[in-house]
Design a binder for this molecule. Structure first.
Ligand SMILES: [Zn+2]
Ligand SMILES: [Zn+2]
Length: 226
């Protein structure tokens, strides 16, 4: 048989155990329709460079010389391969098999994009749960309640009142970080605004936690230092 594209004679080779007539000149391949299906199902993308073969080209069947009908693989792949219905054979131009395999498994670029996207979603979820902890009202209230109980036991009513005045700020920052961040132009004492810019809610909440945990840190420091 001769190559339908360049008229050179075809060589019988074995491709994944299937008999294939190959043109050594243009790398085109002739194989049975059943063999073609088997080859496509078993193949993995090799990542090799793809040449032409994406336009419909009318060729004569290498076996019976009747015109073959180019058809769009999988209806919309844009890969036009030639089939002879009489001989039940397929002519694959160079690069078309790789193109089909890539079409079936999604393009490598698309797959990389999909992986990156999935990773992004996972880290986004982690960030989201970190945020929930950062703004946890239950957790911050528990810490405050422990402080109040400790103050009541050790210092009595007066310490509880002082503590309550202190706790208002960190709790407000943790409970309403966005609202607190939007509080601009607060004046402390001398009539000059101290806070002149909005603060992102997450920073406010972190500040609230630092403030809330600072008495505990101080107590622990004193306990371990002396
Ligand atoms: Zn050829
Ligand atoms: Zn034919």
């Amino acid at each position: 048989m001769d190559c339908p594209a360049c008229r050179k004679s075809l060589t019988l080779v074995s491709l994944n155990g299937l008999p294939v007539e190959r043109c050594e000149s243009c790398r085109g391949q002739w194989l049975s329709f059943a063999g073609f299906g088997q080859l496509v199902r078993g193949a993995e993308p090799t990542g090799e460079a793809i040449g032409g073969g994406s336009n419909p080209v009318e060729l004569a069947c290498p076996k019976c010389r009747q015109p073959m009908v180019p058809f769009n693989y999988a209806y919309d792949s844009g890969i036009f391969i030639n089939r002879c219905h009489a001989c039940d054979g397929i002519w694959l131009a160079s690069g078309q098999l790789e193109r089909i395999v890539r079409h079936r498994s999604g393009s490598p670029a698309l797959r990389r994009l999909g992986d990156a996207w999935a990773k992004e979603i996972r880290s986004e979820n982690r960030l989201q749960s970190a945020r929930l902890w950062l703004r946890s009202r239950g957790l911050s209230t528990s810490v405050a309640v422990i402080y109040v109980l400790a103050a009541a036991v050790t210092g009595g009513l007066e310490s509880v009142l002082y503590l309550a005045l202190f706790l208002v700020w960190p709790l407000a920052c943790i409970w309403f970080p966005d609202g607190m961040g939007n509080l601009v132009g607060i004046t402390l004492g001398h009539g000059r605004p101290v806070i002149t810019q909005r603060t992102p809610g997450d920073f406010v909440a972190i500040g609230g936690w630092i403030l809330l945990l600072s008495p505990l840190a101080a107590v622990l420091f004193i306990y371990f230092a002396f």
